[in-house]
Design a binder for this molecule. Structure first.
Ligand SMILES: C[S@@+](CC[C@H](N)C(=O)[O-])C[C@H]1O[C@@H](n2cnc3c(N)ncnc32)[C@H](O)[C@@H]1O
Length: 489
């Protein structure tokens, strides 16, 4: 830990007593200053904390990144002494005062997460090679995507600050967290103790520390950044070439999961000229026996990608680094890099479903529950089989919309395109033909699909079996996406 057990207890006392929590800070500052902080505009917050009571000082030091008089900091951290705080790296001397040495972030209702300060806080100071990542966009993506159903055991691979483990402990009876970095584990242990949580913390490379063990839920925000395989910053670089870490985690998943267990991780994958990116990623799961749902949330071109990750470590101004990285992309015909969420489930089926698709639209949270529901729908489809799908009754998703594009011609509007759009949830849009439109339009939960199809077949003078053969897979696809929902008997 960064502090002794007694030191962590003292820090916890200081933070609780001062009400240095997300809610305590919001109450103290009010909406305007709180909103300013979210935009890195600290002016209103500094005005509201001018009297330097303990909460004000903690806000000034750890949120507004101010250097404050030692006496004020001592009063704010007591019963933790300044000497202990300095030794643990929580604060550092600057000019004639003290300033933050770490990111001590009030998080969710009443948690605190310890991480390193971002590169932007200390311009010119190189990031530690074992930099411990704070709560950024990718971290939040995984927090939102994790399936939050009660489980016995959960594992966080590459725990860093420990923020994923904090969340796991809300719905897992036992939490294990690993990291290759001893430094990261010290931060994670401090985060756990500060929040009164107890996790098993293990050091080692990816799944090595938990070899032979199985978990009901595994989450990982690994160092997924793709490149030549060199490591300068362990939070970002896996040391694996290209996107190999995504494939390595997929290969490890069957041995990590209990029956019915779920693994979710963030990944990057390369788009190679002449290769289908989806097939490439689907190939990671061949032979694993796992159901897999991979959604691509973003795609970046190589230049934007390299700039993003060099900026992340404060090296954007170094043209040589960028050139070497871009040369590697060129040599491997990488034309873009995809970012997304991998969700795997050990269902024990001989015919696992592997779906790799773009899901670039904004999704209505909670994403984790939507992912769980996707696997539930796969279970339903599998249990029903093709025949059972035809026997079921369906209802269109709540608020489902029809959007049409039409061209004005001599005979009035001619419809070019019809699209079903879900205004909620995963917000899928789906181009459909008039027949499917009629099916979905008639899906009011009363008539089995088979009977609906018979009526349509008669109206269009086609054989009902032929229509059923064509419509079954389409309806299964609409069920998978939640555009139509089965009505239970
Ligand atoms: C992107 S950070 C994620 C931190 C945290 N879990 C989060 O979601 O914010 C990746 C973490 O994986 C760790 N890591 C890097 N390489 C690893 C490896 N080979 N095995 C285990 N952990 C590794 C890093 O030290 C870092 O803490």
């Amino acid at each position: 830990m960064l502090l002794s057990p007694a030191g962590v207890e003292a820090l916890r006392t200081a933070l609780s007593r001062a009400a240095y929590t997300s809610n305590g800070i919001a109450d103290r500052l009010g909406p305007q200053a709180t909103g300013g902080i979210a935009r890195n505009d600290f002016r209103a917050a500094l005005r509201a904390t001018a009297d330097r009571d303990p909460l004000a000082t903690l806000i000034r030091v750890f949120i507004c990144d101010q250097t404050e008089p030692e006496a004020a900091v001592a009063a704010a951290l007591a019963p933790l002494t300044v000497a202990e705080a300095l030794a643990g790296g929580l604060v550092e001397r600057h000019g004639d005062g003290l300033r933050a040495g770490v990111d001590l972030e009030p998080y969710a209702d009443d948690w605190w997460v310890l991480a390193d300060l971002p590169v932007s806080s200390r311009p010119g100071r190189p990031l530690h090679s074992e930099h411990v990542l704070g709560i950024g966009g990718a971290t939040q993506t995984l927090i939102g995507a994790a399936v939050r159903r009660p489980v016995e055991t959960a594992l966080d691979l590459g725990t860093g600050s420990g923020v994923q483990a904090l969340h796991l402990a809300t719905h897992a009876r036992r939490v294990t967290a690993t990291d290759v970095s001893e430094r990261a584990l010290r931060f994670a242990a401090t985060t756990a103790a500060l929040n009164g949580q107890d996790w098993e913390l293990l050091r080692g490379d990816l799944v090595a520390p938990v070899a032979g063990r199985r978990f009901d839920l595994v989450v990982s925000n690994p160092p997924f950044v793709v490149g030549p395989g060199t490591t300068t910053h362990v939070y970002r670089d896996s040391g694996r070439v290209g996107d190999a870490i995504g494939a390595e985690l997929a290969a490890a998943a069957p041995g990590l999961l209990t029956e019915g267990g779920t693994m979710q991780y963030l990944a990057n994958w390369v788009h190679v000229t002449g290769e289908d990116w989806g097939e490439r990623v689907a190939g990671w799961f061949a032979g694993t026996g796992l159901d897999a749902w991979v959604v691509q949330r973003e795609v970046a071109d190589p230049m934007a990608y390299v700039n993003l990750w060099l900026t992340d470590v404060g090296e954007a101004a170094d043209p040589h680094r960028a050139a070497a990285w871009l040369d590697w992309f060129d040599a491997h015909k990488v034309e873009a890099v995809g970012f997304g969420i991998v969700s795997l489930r050990r269902g024990g089926h001989a015919d696992p479903v592997v779906r790799v698709e773009d899901l670039r639209q904004r999704v209505e949270p909670p994403m984790g529950e939507r992912i769980a529901a996707w696997f539930d729908r796969q279970d339903w489809l599998r249990a029903r089989g093709a025949d059972g799908v035809l026997d079921a009754r369906y209802r269109a998703a709540e608020g489902l919309q029809l959007r049409q594009e039409a061209t004005m011609g001599d005979e009035g509007w001619a419809v070019d395109r019809q699209v079903l759009a879900m205004p909620h949830g995963l917000r899928w849009t789906e181009e459909i033909d008039p027949l499917v439109l009629a099916l979905v339009g008639g899906a009011d939960g009363r008539l089995p699909l088979r009977d609906q199809l018979a009526l349509l077949a008669a109206a269009h003078d086609v054989a009902p079996e032929e229509l059923a053969e064509a419509a079954g897979p389409i309806v299964a696809h609409l069920v998978e996406r939640g555009i139509v929902e089965p009505v239970s008997d």
